[in-house]
Every structure is written in C-alpha cells, then in structure tokens.
Design a protein around this ligand. Structure first.
Ligand SMILES: Cc1cc2nc3c(=O)[nH]c(=O)nc-3n(C[C@H](O)[C@H](O)[C@H](O)COP(=O)(O)O)c2cc1C
Length: 133
C-alpha cells in the first residue's frame, strides 16, 4: 500500500466568494478529489482559509499545484507530512466549515502559527467531527 501525504496551508482570500460561486467550487472540488482519491477538510473565516488535503503523494501534489495557483486566494504558509499509514480525514471527500458556523471559537493562532503539524491536524479533525456530527 502506498503511504499517504498530507499538505496543509493557510491562505488569505483575495475577494469574497459568494454562495453560488462557493457551491460551484465545492461541487467541482468534491468531484476532482474523488477522481484523485484525495480527502481533507477546508475551514474558512472572513478572509482566510485553512485546508488539509491527503492522499498518495502524486495526487496531493497535483491538486495542491492547482489550489496554489488559484487567483481567489494567496497561500501564506504550507506544511507537509509524508509517509503516513492512515488518513485522518477518511470520511471527508472535502469537508467544509465556516468558522462563523462552528459553535466553538476558532484558535486561529494554532492554525496559522508555528505549532507542530500534528497539533494542527488534530485540531482540525476535532473541529470536523464536532461540525459534522
Ligand atoms: C480555498 C480553496 C480551496 C480549494 N480546494 C479545492 C479542492 O479541495 N479540490 C479541488 O479540486 N479544487 C479546489 N479548489 C479549486 C482549485 O483551486 C482549482 O480552481 C480547481 O481545482 C481547478 O483546477 P485547474 O484550474 O488547475 O483545472 C480550491 C480553491 C480555493 C480558493
């Protein structure tokens, strides 16, 4: 079995994405992620995004290239972990949560700052679970 790579990034949005555009983007993302067998989670606040994508290295790299070139945002920091045996977001083809909809406040410093990668992943996973259950 091929090992799993995770890439996470923090980015700033360049312009607000309205509901229609957001729905289109999400449909396309879910479809493409399915084709690439990529799972993950996307959090977004007023003017920022934090996303984790995971899958085999070639797929994650290909997808991240597209995301990174997307003019709707500007990637500020990225993190990468190779050689994982299991996915952390198996259940999410691309889960999405708006920070404003999460009842708990978001610890943005933990996402954006230089805390260990595992801590960020654990945190997003707990948010994902609390949001979708
Ligand atoms: C914050 C953000 C997250 C995105 N996440 C995904 C994603 O998970 N999967 C995906 O296929 N596209 C995602 N996109 C869209 C891609 O950036 C890109 O527009 C799309 O994959 C088409 O790629 P292409 O223009 O290289 O064909 C995202 C875009 C933004 C702004």
């Amino acid at each position: 079995m091929q090992s799993i790579t995770q890439i996470a990034y923090f980015s700033r949005s360049k312009k607000p994405i309205d509901l229609t555009e957001g729905a289109k983007l999400l449909n396309l993302a879910v479809e493409r992620n399915r084709q690439l067998n990529v799972t993950g989670f996307l959090l977004h606040g007023g003017d920022w995004y934090f996303q984790v994508i995971e899958g085999v290295p070639s797929s994650v790299e290909l997808l991240f290239k597209s995301i990174e070139c997307d003019p709707r945002h500007m990637v500020a920091s990225t993190w990468r972990k190779d050689g994982k045996i299991q996915r952390d977001f198996r259940e999410w083809r691309m889960g999405v949560a708006r920070a404003a909809d999460l009842k708990l406040g978001i610890d943005r410093k933990l996402l954006e700052g230089d805390s260990p990668f595992e801590e960020k992943i654990k945190y997003v996973r707990s948010l994902a679970e609390s949001y979708t259950r």
